[in-house]
Write a protein that binds this ligand. Structure first.
Ligand code: XMP
Length: 311
């Protein structure tokens, strides 16, 4: 595939479609939305408004990191604090699909639709890729960025038309386009991270306090396994508690699962054979650096029957 040609075609196409109007795009931190934003910026300059919505579910320092990375590329990103709205929508929910739905609804019906209205943008640039469309149409997974393919008329429902410059590409091609656009390696080599973010790594209710626990554990796992070469690695907070003993006092603490997998396309996966030494080190960091966690497990389950994420 000729990536330079693809880039020039998409830029021309975005210019032609948007005409003299304004467009908007939302970054997620991932490679798809990053590439879409850079294409849109090259086509439209400051007629493209770029936002990053802080949904309270991101990893440690992630919102500011995204803003800084794009600032270094000359692209201004507006950080929108919508933490309370997402946490309110998630309060009391424990069912995985209900949690996912609450995040999608809050994003589209509340936060994003308000931002689009205020911006007077007539077009939305979306980072949909071919796999998102295929999986949604096949009913494998409800990707939160699929609308038109489900028969939702965005112009009628939300007042904007959707442009999807990457909808013919798969992930490996998107990474190549990112390289051809000179995006930093931290963007195109980033391990997969799901749209519903840390909520997919909390079994049970998502609260500010539980997010703080899984966020700390995630930071430790990512620091320790960053050079593992694994396809994906994560920390998960379970809904149970277990008895422990610390400083001669009994406690009923939280349980963190470490998951690290090998995969090529995320359709199947196998647990990585990490060394005992590495596992002990991660476990000891987690139970000593996160006060309410007193137990740490390593997940050996392949996909199938397990999925990669926990919700
Ligand atoms: P599962 O858990 O279904 O995950 O085995 C397969 C791959 O997809 C990622 N994932 C998501 N990515 N939005 C995304 O953009 C989502 O809602 C979502 N859910 C799971 C997951 O991290 C893994 O790489």
């Amino acid at each position: 595939m000729d990536y330079e040609k693809f880039i020039q075609e998409q830029i021309a196409d975005i210019k032609r479609t948007v005409g003299g109007e304004k467009a908007i795009t939302a970054l997620s931190g991932g490679v798809d939305s990053a590439v879409t934003t850079v294409l849109g910026h090259r086509a439209l300059g400051n007629r493209l408004k770029t936002v990053f919505i802080d949904n309270a579910l991101m990893r440690q320092g992630e919102p500011q990191q995204v803003v800084d990375t794009f600032a270094s590329l000359g692209i201004r990103v507006e950080l929108v604090d919508a933490q309370e709205e997402f946490l309110d929508a998630l309060a009391g929910l424990t069912d995985p699909e209900e949690k996912r739905q609450a995040i999608t609804d809050t994003f589209y019906s509340k936060v994003f639709s308000r931002i689009v209205k205020e911006s007077h943008a007539k077009f939305l640039l979306h980072g949909t890729i071919l796999t998102d469309i295929e999986e949604t149409v096949a009913g494998i997974k409800r990707q939160h960025n699929i609308l038109a393919q489900l028969g939702i008329d965005t112009r009628q429902s939300y007042g904007y038309s959707v442009i999807e410059p990457l909808k013919t590409l798969r992930k490996d091609d998107v990474r190549e386009v990112a390289k051809a656009l000179d995006l930093p390696a931290e963007i195109y080599q980033r391990i997969p991270f799901p749209g519903p973010a840390l909520a997919t790594r909390i079994v049970g209710e998502v609260t500010r306090e539980r997010l703080a626990t899984v966020r700390k554990a995630t930071a430790i796992v990512e620091q320790e396994l960053g050079d593992s070469g694994a396809f994906q690695y994560m920390a998960v907070l379970l809904n149970d508690r277990a008895t422990g003993i610390r400083n001669n006092k009994r406690e009923f603490g939280r349980i963190i699962v470490i998951r690290c997998i090998e995969s090529t396309d995320a359709r199947t996966a196998a647990a990585t054979e990490l060394s005992w030494e590495k596992l002990h080190h991660i476990c000891s960091r987690i139970v000593s650096e996160i006060p309410d966690v007193n137990r740490c497990l390593y997940d050996l389950t392949p996909k199938p029957p397990a999925t990669i994420e926990y919700i």
